[in-house]
Design a binder for this molecule. Structure first.
Ligand SMILES: Cc1cc2nc3c(=O)[nH]c(=O)nc-3n(C[C@H](O)[C@H](O)[C@H](O)COP(=O)(O)OP(=O)(O)OC[C@H]3O[C@@H](n4cnc5c(N)ncnc54)[C@H](O)[C@@H]3O)c2cc1C
Ligand code: SF4
Length: 327
């Protein structure tokens, strides 16, 4: 497999990057660490004619863990190794540590992780493999092999950091030709999309930074990942949990999952009612069962959907039992 030619642009400012993007509508990708984009290009998964490398834009590298501010080009290795993050946001630290391999984490960025391409057994294959099957909706074809129909893609969101940042209540600062704006991370993803367009990003809009509100520091957080090969693989399930207690009572409780559906997902309607209560083994077990009941994995990754669904209950229950013990 080799890279087909493309034109590489190396802007030095956000304005320059936006201008290049505006000159090539629909035919460009932003490039951060390239650990997701370039392997996909090599497999001919929707390559574009123009690649806009973001590495020369200084503000995207900003790293201020004490202030809870992380430029989109902050690497997973920086997050994994930073002592302030390990102390204040342990779930985020754990999530970064469990992404891929040390080599990938050295280049892979936070922004790229939030926007990592969704994965599917029928998509992440060579062009000749996909051609033999007639391609699929997500690249060059017109049907889905997982849920046969012609409208929607069910590829799986496989980024590890989004669930951990969702429970921390993170926000993303964005910029486009229409100006800057901020979205709650939850609102970056758009479950009403067709599964191919998965975010609420405007054309050419890019992620400048991620900000984590200070309240997260008073809480315990954790991240648990199910994968086939622990040294290497994408999540088949990722569960992030955050808990803070006031005495015996829950002050805040948040849960989010990834690796199951096309979007990372949080459960405010399930966790909200538990605030102000005392967590018991029974209430934790009931919550875990209800989360399991809400998730809908499909058969497009290595492990069977029924197993991933059952493990969701197990991971949620264990994560909360551990956090309750640690608080
Ligand atoms: C062997 C291997 C194993 C992996 N395992 C895991 C894993 O276990 N867990 C996991 O989460 N990931 C995994 N990955 C995927 C990937 O390495 C990481 O998600 C990484 O964080 C992606 O970051 P990047 O900077 O390399 O993104 P890139 O590849 O540069 O970009 C990814 C996507 O984000 C877009 N993008 C990047 N930055 C911006 C921005 N600032 N604004 C707008 N768009 C942007 C790009 O256009 C592209 O569409 C794995 C990759 C490999 C090769
Ligand atoms: S879920 Fe369907 S459309 Fe999406 S990548 Fe897989 S086969 Fe293609």
């Amino acid at each position: 497999m080799h890279l087909e030619p493309f034109e590489l642009h190396q802007p030095a400012t956000l304005d320059e990057a936006l201008q290049v993007a505006a000159s090539h509508p629909g035919d460009f990708d932003y490039l951060a660490g390239g650990t997701d984009l370039l392997p996909n290009y090599k497999m001919r998964l929707n390559p574009r004619g123009h690649v806009i490398a973001l590495g020369g834009i200084p503000e995207l590298h900003a790293f201020a863990p004490e202030a809870g501010t992380f430029g989109s080009l902050v690497t997973l290795r920086q997050i994994e190794r930073d002592p302030v993050i390990a102390r204040d946001y342990p779930g985020l630290s754990e999530a970064a540590r469990q992404v891929a391999t040390p080599l990938v984490r050295a280049s892979g960025s936070l922004g790229g992780n939030l926007l990592v391409e969704t994965r599917c057994f029928f998509f992440n294959q060579s062009a000749s493999w996909r051609e033999a099957l007639g391609y699929c909706l997500k690249a060059e074809g017109d049907r889905c092999h997982v849920v046969p129909q012609k409208e929607r893609c069910y590829a799986t969101f496989s980024g590890d950091l989004a669930p951990s940042l969702l429970v921390l209540g993170a926000e993303v600062d964005l910029v486009s030709f229409q100006g800057p704006r901020t979205l709650a991370l939850d609102d970056l993803y758009d479950p009403r999309g067709d599964g191919i367009r998965r975010t609420r990003l405007l054309p050419g809009e890019l992620v400048v930074r991620v900000r984590v509100p200070p309240e997260g520091r008073k809480s315990r957080s954790t991240y648990r990942k199910l994968r086939v090969r622990p040294a290497f693989d994408f999540p088949e399930l990722g569960v992030a949990a955050l808990l803070s207690l006031e005495g015996q009572r829950v002050r805040s409780l948040r849960l989010a999952v990834g690796g199951l559906e096309t979007y990372p997902r949080s459960f405010p309607t399930l966790t909200g009612p538990l605030e102000g209560t005392t967590l018991t083994d029974e209430s934790i077990a009931e919550l875990a069962r209800r989360v399991q009941g809400m998730v809908r994995p499909v058969h497009n990754t290595f492990l069977a959907p029924d197993y991933r669904k059952r493990m969701t209950e197990v991971f949620v229950r264990r994560a909360l039992a551990d956090l309750r013990g640690a608080s």
